[in-house]
Write a protein that binds this ligand. Structure first.
Ligand SMILES: [Zn+2]
Length: 1467
């Protein structure tokens, strides 16, 4: 296209506009260029080099090319001219399609930011030299803050100030987390840390720092921000600059993690941020929404950015500002300085978008009914009431000139645009509580604009009321035929999910008519219009002028000004609804347990209320005491309790007793049920606590014991204690059987009492996560998992499987789901004993008495018939593999274990492929001992030479298979080929087992060197210990991810057995097991000539072959409403948001799942259920279901007292590895350390006398006693620890263990076992009731080593037998059969079994060490001499993690650094 005439001014503006939008959108990119790469030039004073765009937004004259000339012509302009003088951009106030509100060019305050279209990229650079920008606080209430000049740098948000007292405590602004760290620093510190220049993020930036989405965020942010312009007028005109961007530091673009490959088939689900995506576009057309990825970009840039103006909202911080019963965002409405018309710009902006304003302004009689009838859960009207209401509304339309909209708030039923257009036109909105009624704030603004909200009788929630009154909308709460408004609202009592919402339709309609047609109805105060008129005056809303006209009724005189001399308002001004219905029939107020359900943020007050009068049906209906204003309408004692509860929210909990010594048992008042009425001086928390206890019918409370970590050394026996008891309310479980509670080794939660709100969870700083080992082996004495063969009962709404935590109702004909409260029919077959063909005993059913149970899955659970198990062995037969003896060991182990391969139904198939740089296939004829080798040398495009008989039925082709295994060693004995075509071999293996799927056991002795997936030696000692080291821990080659995902789709698992004597890139290879639910086994420098090596590999290989596996498994974890599985750790592929694809599942693999609390938990307990749909290796489709239940709590001390340190550690190990991969090893260590410090800080400030001040003690809950040393164990683990000496292969293998070992193996891997053998008690090493008795474990410090002693240290992977140099000859003789210490040699060994009791006891202990844990690992045994080879000695001693080693601190040092951090944190 050519310009045929010079562009008009308007066209130029358009071009510049587009360019600038582009430049702003890519501001990240350009700023990198600007302050990143050109940093050096700037420093050198070269300045230039940025020739791409000149100050006028064009390339400099000399640099323009023909294309540019073609587009722009030979025009030039000055920077100030490009956007004109602003006239053409300013629109007439209050009109225009978009942006009617943005009428002024300059904004409030003195932001340097030019308006959109004026700034150029260059202006983002800021050299401030020594005069580092200081933060300025503009507006603040807890949780909602406007602040200028916050400096974003290198992972933290810095408030630079030397006037600390001008700022509120940091946690009142934002609760820092590791993703969003806030700091206050002095200008001096800032100069040192931040430097003298940086980028500038111009204009107004909003940040939603909540960790869970909420639909209040947008208006809370706007409310906070709008307080900067108290002059917003009734037309919505404002001087505020439009917000440019809204940042969500915690949410990614999508709900699922970033796919590791181009998975085009998965439709990704956008994250829910609490705001309808179209709303932002319509109401905030200038604003860009930025997510975690953008946020991460900024931090990754490593240059400081000054955010000119930041409006930040954080509901967790808002807790410091809200009163009981208020919604958490209520404090946003307390930011001072706001205009009564604060919301008007946004409302008009949206109304303009819908053209519901201006010339198309609707009449005042527009009513919208928001319905949610087709929702399968949640509150609804009965269908009868709904239809009657719709009819009556249509009648209003026909007979009385109303405009009526019936809209649905379900996106699938009605578009957002359609719904919002209706609302924007309306002046009255009605609907059932919970149906997005907050949208009512977009209704047109008239004096009678009203929101009418239906509740189940006796229930109420304030959320909508707070919003409505803040924007000047009248509010009516509705129970059946009763209405409440003004200051006569009911007490807060949240409705249950499926409670009935009856309405008297004729009463509703008459309320609508009264409200809408009552033109002189007194408006709400926010309208800034008369609430009190002198006698004889009325006010009438004038639609055309959008203001009141005042009329003196006697004379007919009218005026715009409000008449003077108001008198007191009549007392009966508020109620709208007919009062004749008051005091009519009322539903009996439910007593007892249900009341305790409502334990949310505001529970303290609620509980206090219920405690006072739970059975008094009248109490709740009593209006507030006249003139009360505040919602303290519960008389007498309950009111007092409520007040105390409110106070309690901001006080230290009562069990803190000043000067009480640590370590002693405290707070006896929590153990008893306090009698109501007689208490005094007991704080609110305790009240609430007791109220809950009472509601739950005497649920035992957790007791928090505080200890001082400085004087409490780690006690290894603690690790063998069970986690804090799960204390469910009585009656939660319908079965008395002990099997109704799952063993924690199947499924455990980091908190055995779940906080009711995410803010409480955030406060505790302990992550909520589930650790599952669902396919755990049975311990000795364990009964097999029961199998249900007849019927599967599931909740028809949430699909939960029936379990011991459901309730039978309706005379046993129905059961109530313990997750979503749905009432479900009991299946007919449920009470029928199919085996005996007679009525059965329901109470004997396995699924009601066992929390771990399997069901036989009927055909609807199958996408295809169950497939047989398939095993394909890929054996490296290159020179290195043969020479190390690996091939011989592997084939022998295979032969020896053929019988152990699961093959109950004689359906298992096997195949074998050998490879060096070619592939060798073997065709085995059934029934014969012959096999034929087929060589494929073309490895670029792998094909199968002959599809028949390469994959054979194990039992049919057994003779050929055995014969082949016996020959392979000889066949390749002389193989001198060096190199590995592992990738092509894997491709061939996966092709061979297609379309069935199964397990590939890949044995590899060297770095893959040819074909797909070939790798280079990237081991570089120079980068070990540096920030680049983590790159060596990531896959070098995308093949290992894409192929892994292909395998996952084809139901193929890969297990890796790695043997190289040199670098093998374990990090890349381990990706295959990682995504396919396999496992990596590593035998560095394997040499079968050492029998220990051969035994270890043969043992582990054999165990893997013999292991029963689950095939074609998909796993899903469900939980009670309000909980959401947020992120997943472990070996699998996340197929959709929460479906874990596991082609085959090995035993004893562990997975960790982080859980978000999305909604306030309102039930006394929650349920989490893992379901694994799988095929057994004998071809039966089954479901394994594991169900656990946990009490909920709104009490922080209970959260701490219920924390499970083992589960927390398991999660942290996973998180550390994940962070080391996505960031750096150092970040992983920082993360884990900071997590620990955060827990201490919050514990100190909320649970101890020290509060925010410094303390000489370091307090923590006794049940978390081992957490610090376990964290130290993570920090010192080979996979994570700071060192420049650890080969990347060793690190990568260790990381694979850290993310897959079950707790039972992981904990000793982090905190090894250490025994003194020479002084062990006489019974140790002998057989007792529970097998071999182990010696008492010692703390992991070399202080316990003695020069004459014999010690055993083991971490589940390796056993060290440490011999002191002064060990007496008799000891050496008894154990090693050698005359003295001198002749003993260190190193890998097998201990002789000698004919003396001591030798036998030591051997028994070693044997037990190898057998006592689940898993296939067979630890090597090393003899370590006190004065032996230094590397071996150092290795063994590095297991003593409480010692100082090199740069790694001792436990004492570590715990003091924790203490320093805890005391030094800027709280
Ligand atoms: Zn359900």
């Amino acid at each position: 296209m050519r310009w045929t005439s010079p562009p008009t001014r308007r066209e130029i503006s358009l071009i510049i506009f587009s360019l600038t939008v582009f430049a702003l959108s890519y501001n990240i990119d350009t700023s990198i260029r600007l302050v990143g790469l050109n940093k050096l030039q700037n420093r050198l004073g070269l300045g230039g080099g940025r020739t791409t765009i000149g100050p006028d937004g064009r390339r400099p004259l000399g640099a323009r090319d023909s294309l540019e000339k073609m587009i722009y012509g030979d025009w030039a302009w000055d920077a100030e001219e490009i956007a004109g003088d602003g006239v053409e951009r300013s629109q007439v106030k209050g009109v225009g399609r978009h942006g009617a509100m943005w009428v002024d060019k300059r904004e409030v305050g003195s932001l340097t930011s030019p308006s959109l279209g004026e700034s150029t990229v260059d202006q983002a650079f800021w050299r401030w030299g020594n005069d580092i920008p200081r933060a300025i606080l503009r507006k603040h209430v807890p949780g909602y803050t406007v602040i200028d000049n916050v400096i974003l740098f290198n992972g933290s948000m810095n408030i630079v100030t030397d006037e600390n007292d001008l700022f509120p405590p940091l946690q009142h602004m934002v609760l820092s987390t590791d993703l969003n760290v806030w700091k206050t620093i002095t200008p001096q510190q800032a100069r040192e840390r931040i430097g003298s220049f940086g980028g500038r993020i111009r204009g107004v930036t909003w940040m939603a720092a909540d960790s869970s989405p909420h639909n209040s965020t947008l208006f809370a942010l706007w409310r906070t921000y709008s307080a900067l312009d108290s002059g917003i007028d009734a037309d919505g005109a404002t001087k505020l600059a439009p917000p440019r961007r809204l940042i969500y530091p915690y949410y990614g673009f999508f709900t699922d993690p970033n796919p590791e490959h181009a998975d085009v088939t998965t439709r990704r689900q956008r994250v829910v941020n609490g705001i309808h995506p179209q709303l932002v576009k319509a109401a905030f057309p200038f604003m860009t929404v930025m997510y975690y990825e953008d946020w991460e970009d900024y931090h990754a840039m490593q240059v400081p950015f000054v955010i000119e103006r930041l409006v930040v909202a954080d509901r967790s911080a808002a807790q410091y500002g809200v009163k009981a019963q208020e919604p958490i965002y209520a404090s946003a409405f307390k930011v001072d300085g706001a205009s009564d018309y604060w919301w008007e710009p946004i409302r008009r902006s949206l109304a303009t978008y819908f053209e519901a304003y201006g010339k198309d302004a609707p009449t005042t009689k527009v009513v919208t009914y928001v319905q949610r009838q087709t929702h399968t859960h949640g509150l609804r009207l009965s269908d009868k009431d709904h239809l009657a209401l719709v009819d009556a509304l249509h009648k209003l339309e026909r007979d009385h000139g109303y405009e009526v909209h019936i809209v649905s708030n379900i996106d699938e039923e009605m578009s957002w645009t359609e719904r919002m257009r209706a609302i924007a036109r309306s002046s009255m909105m009605i609907g059932v509580h919970d149906s997005d009624l907050v949208d009512s704030m977009y209704m047109q603004r008239t004096p009678h604009t009203t929101l009418l909200e239906f509740f189940p009788p006796q229930t109420f929630a304030r959320e909508q009321e707070v919003v409505a009154s803040s924007v000047g909308i009248r509010y009516i709460a509705w129970w059946n035929d009763q209405s409440f408004s003004g200051d006569k609202l009911p007490a807060v009592a949240h409705p249950q999910d499926d409670e009935a919402v009856p309405i008297d339709v004729s009463a509703v309609i008459s309320a609508i008519r009264q409200t809408v047609s009552h033109q002189t109805y007194l408006p709400s105060p926010a309208m800034a219009s008369p609430s009190q008129l002198p006698p004889g005056w009325i006010a009438e809303w004038n639609e055309a002028n959008q203001r009141y006209l005042f009329i003196e009724t006697a004379s007919g005189h009218t005026q715009w000004e409000e008449p003077a001399a108001p008198i007191a308002a009549p007392a009966d001004m508020a109620p709208v609804a007919p009062s004749t219905h008051g005091g009519g029939k009322r539903r009996q107020y439910a007593a007892g347990q249900t009341q305790a359900y409502y334990a949310g943020d505001n529970a303290s007050a609620d509980s206090g209320y219920y405690a006072g009068g739970a059975n008094d049906a009248n109490l709740i209906n009593q209006p507030a005491a006249a003139g009360g204003g505040q919602q303290l309408f519960t008389p007498g004692l309950a009111g007092e309790n409520q007040f105390q509860a409110q106070q309690g929210g901001q006080q230290q909990p009562a069990y803190y007793q000043p000067d009480a010594g640590y370590g002693q048992q405290q707070q006896p008042q929590q153990q008893q049920q306090p009698a109501y009425g007689g208490q005094s001086g007991v704080d609110g928390l305790t009240n609430q606590f007791s109220a809950m206890g009472m509601g739950g019918g005497g649920q035992k409370q957790f007791q928090l014991n505080t200890i001082n970590m400085l004087t409490t050394p780690p006690e290894p026996m603690e690790l063998h204690r069970p986690p804090p008891e799960i204390r469910l309310p009585p009656g939660s479980c319908i079965s008395p059987a002990p099997t109704a509670v799952a063993d924690p080794s199947y499924q455990r939660l980091t908190l055995n009492a779940v906080p009711t709100t995410s803010s409480l969870l955030n406060k505790a700083k302990i992550p909520l996560a589930l650790v599952i080992t669902p396919y755990r082996t049975l311990d000795e004495g364990d009964e097999p998992i029961p199998l249900v063969t007849d019927v599967i009962a599931r909740c028809r709404r949430c699909r939960m499987y029936i379990n011991p935590y459901v309730q039978f109702i309706d005379g046993g004909n129905r059961w109530r789901c313990c997750m979503c409260n749905m009432s479900n029919e009991v299946p007919q077959m449920f009470d029928w004993d199919q085996a005996r063909n007679q009525p059965g005993d329901r109470w004997q059913r396995a699924e009601l008495n066992h929390s771990v149970v399997e069901f036989v899955a009927p055909t609807e659970y199958m996408v295809r018939a169950p497939q047989p198990a398939v095993y394909i062995f890929l054996i490296d037969v290159s020179h290195a593999a043969v020479q190390s003896g690996m091939v011989a060991t592997a084939t022998r182990a295979l032969l020896e274990n053929l019988d152990r391969i699961p093959d109950e139904g004689n359906i298992t198939k096997v195949g074998i492929i050998c490879y060096d740089v070619s592939l060798y296939f073997f065709s085995m004829a059934p029934g014969s001992t012959d096999s034929t080798m087929l060589v494929v040398s073309d490895i670029d495009d792998v094909f199968l030479p002959k599809p028949a008989d390469l994959l054979v039925n194990l039992s049919e082709a057994r003779p050929a298979f055995e014969a082949l295994l016996g020959r392979i060693g000889d066949m390749f004995q002389e193989n001198s080929i060096i190199g590995s075509a592992l990738g092509p071999a894997l491709q061939a293996g996966s092709k061979l087992m297609a379309p069935i799927g199964g397990k590939i056991l890949a044995l590899s002795s060297s770095l893959p060197s040819v074909g797909e997936g070939s790798l280079k030696n990237r081991e570089d000692p120079k980068i070990l210990g540096t920030s680049k080291e983590s790159s060596l821990l990531q896959a070098a080659n995308s093949f290992y991810k894409t192929f892994a995902i292909d395998c996952s789709r084809a139901q193929v698992t890969v297990d890796m057995f790695l043997f190289s004597s040199g670098y093998q890139d374990v990090a890349s290879l381990a990706n295959l097991p990682h995504y396919t639910t396999g496992q990596t086994y590593y035998y560095p420098a394997f040499n079968a000539a050492r029998s220990e090596d051969a035994i270890k590999f043969a043992h582990e290989f054999g165990e893997v072959m013999a292991m029963p596996i689950m095939l074609e498994c998909i796993t899903r974890v469900r939980a009670s409403r309000g909980l959401r599985m947020a992120s997943f750790h472990g070996n699998f592929f996340v197929r959709s948001t929460d479906l874990l694809a596991m082609p085959t599942v090995p035993e004893n693999q562990s997975y960790a799942i982080e859980i978000d609390i999305e909604d306030t938990l309102t039930t006394p307990f929650v349920v989490i259920q893992s379901g694994m749909l799988h095929t057994t290796c004998f071809g039966e489709r089954r479901l394994r279901v594991i169900t656990t239940a946990y009490p909920t709590t709104s009490n922080l001390s209970e959260v701490f007292a219920s924390a499970d340190q083992i589960a927390i550690t398991t999660l942290l190990a996973n998180k550390a590895v994940e962070r080391s991969l996505s960031y750096k090893l150092e970040d992983a260590r920082d993360y884990v350390f900071k997590k620990l410090v955060e827990i201490f800080v919050t514990y100190k400030s909320s649970m101890t006398a020290a509060g925010a001040g410094a303390s000489a003690q370091l307090a923590l809950a006794e049940n978390l006693k081992m957490l610090p040393v376990l964290v130290l164990g993570i920090l010192k683990n080979v996979g994570i620890r700071q060192s420049a000496q650890i080969p990347p292969d060793i690190r990568a293998y260790s990381q694979a263990l850290l993310t897959s070992l079950p707790s039972q193996l992981l904990i000793p891997y982090l905190y090894p076992s250490f025994y003194a053998l020479h002084t062990m008690p006489p019974e140790a090493g002998t057989v007792g009731e529970k097998g071999v008795i182990m010696p008492p474990p010692l703390p992991l410090t070399s202080e316990r080593l003695e020069r004459h002693g014999l010690f055993l240290i083991e971490d589940g992977q390796t056993i060290f037998l440490y011999v002191g140099r002064d060990a007496v000859p008799q000891l050496i003789m008894d154990v090693f059969d050698l005359p003295n210490y001198e002749v003993l040699r260190g190193g890998k060994t097998t201990l002789p079994v000698l004919d003396n009791p001591f030798s036998q006891r030591v051997n028994a202990i070693i044997q037990k060490t190898r057998e006592m844990r689940r898993g296939v690992y067979y630890p090597h045994l090393y003899i370590v001499k006190e004065d032996g080879e230094p590397p071996l000695r150092l290795w063994a001693l590095s297991a003593l993690i409480q010692d100082r080693a090199d740069v790694l601190p001792s436990y004492q040092q570590f715990i003091s650094s924790v203490k320093e951090k805890v005391n030094g944190v800027g709280y």
